[in-house]
Design a protein around this ligand. Sequence first.
Ligand code: IVH
Length: 662
Amino acid sequence: MKDPTREIEQLREELRRHEHLYYVADAPEITDAEYDALMRRLQALEEQHPELVTPDSLSRRVGGKPREGFVKVRHSVPMLSLDNALNEKELRDFDRRVRELLGGAEFRYVTELKMDGLSMAAHYHDWAFVRAVTRGDGQVGEDVTENARTIRSLPLRVRGELTAFEVRGETVMNRRAFERLNAERDEKGLSRFANPRNAAAGSLRVLEPQITASRRLDYYTYFLFVEGRPAFDSHWESLEAMARMGFKVNAHRRLCAGVDEVLAFCAGWETRREELPYEIDGVVVKVDSIQQQVALGFTAKSPRWAIAYKYPARQAITTVENIEVQVGRTGALTPVARLKPVEVGGVTVARATLHNEDEIERLGLEIGDKVVIERSGDVIPKVVRVSSQGSYRKKFHMPSHCPVCGGKIVREEGEAASRCINTNCSARLKESILHFASRGVMNIDGVGEALVDQLVDRGLVKSVADLYDLTEESLLTLERMGRKSAANVLRNIANSRKSPLPRVITALGIRFVGERTAVFLAEHFGSMERIGSATLDELQGAEEVGPKVAESIFQFFREPRNQELIERLFAAGLEFTYKSTRPPGGPLKGLTFVVTGTLPHLSRDEVKKTIETAGGKVAASVSKKTNYLVAGEDPGSKMDKARELGIPILDEEQLLHLVRDN
Ligand code: IVH
């Protein structure tokens, strides 16, 4: 057996290093699960050998040191972290301890989603936001006031009876903002952020607030203190009060009567977590009554009245056996890591995307290395970082010629992607056809990878337009194709002719033109012809079309091959004109709406769009001129005002009825 003194020493040393990498350098080398395991081992050893515990042991500390460059601020009350429960048993153990310590008294738990971001305190004086401080090491944080001020969900002024107080919460970046940020960074040739948490950290802790402003962070609060003490008698009341004051409080929370309800909440969100617009890594469980929280007290590191139920890590470590390249619809080459198959959150993973050459460089990755891979909402898992270098390593080089057609590969100045420039490349053609036929585009069921491979390899389809010339005879020459499936495929292709213009535009696969832009283009121009002949300036007249998108559309229609394709699609009878679905005036014409709270399905932007598309107006505040208040979960003060003025209140469903039925 190992000498405990030495093992404790080693563990502390190792943990200290990883803590620094994680909290200070934002460049961790091991997964959170591995870190937790090391910490647990240390805690266990220290419990067995209390005489070896020193005040500087990491098990008694909460975080890392703040970075140089920010003003340091001491927290009014330490910002502690939570103990983890990794499974049902550990959660039940926690519950048993709570019940014992409360001596049989009745109590309730509050469950909240554990959003994966950075905790931050925000201070208010005379109803105004005055200061924001990151958690730092839990005792002393960094003053990030000017950066936090740019977060739109952090209210600069609040309402209600409380005038001076502190809130604490989580700064997060939602998946969409994260994807957009990384896409922008790809275009600019900058390195990608590994995950939304790192992106949020990197965005909050920058010296220029403008950068934070452009990053679209979000701030959700979960604590409310007045003079360093909880502001209300129960945690639930604090949450409700903060929502009323104008803070963003996560709507997915529950007051639970016992541990079984808590477990049901945890299990429910574990299966639905991918539906959320932001990442969560578990559920935070807190005893609701503040009096009972006080009675339970704290250990050196965390409260006894709360615990974090952690979902199993969706990360794993495995070996990169090879790096291959895939050719996409635009000819862009994507390097993909072939992995030694490994299980991640119940799924076996054998490939992970590496995005582009710069990403491989940033990761410092070579074939043979062991890597940390992560599975999140995306279909293809990604490589987060190299965990250790292989003993035999091989550097990856982007091929100079396309692995599919042998065409030349070009990487243009300022672009992250290398591209196959052969427009006849069969890999590009296959991807274009799959995109054309996919769900939400032309919706041609049955035209999947297996069929497309054969169609292209046998020369039956050389352009997406050829799909409309396919015959039963030609399909029957393919493998695994009987009369019945041939008839199905042909019928589905024929039916796709009825797809409205926005889908046809999306199907063309113009760079930067997705479903949404396609709708705006169709709305604005009314026909394919008018889009194709529009000048750059005219194109920018359509909603959300800026110079970059306009340029891309303009160039697309000037390319002879694309002109030919469009002519053939027209000849095939596809829908090239568009009748706006907006009735003149619209069902909500002349009506003014105000929106408050979180709606079950529509985001703020979407409700606004819905109302405006139907001819209504959306105002910021409730007044006598307001016709309806649309209210979701956690409505703010607008609700009280509307009640006062007797303004009718609608929920999301009622609003949608109003739009449809009028
Ligand atoms: S309460 C003393 N509630 O998870 C209690 N934390 O280790 C401290 N987090 O540092 C936190 N959502 O960054 C709390 N609803 C929530 C949370 C939450 C996310 C984070 C926070 C904290 C860590 C817990």
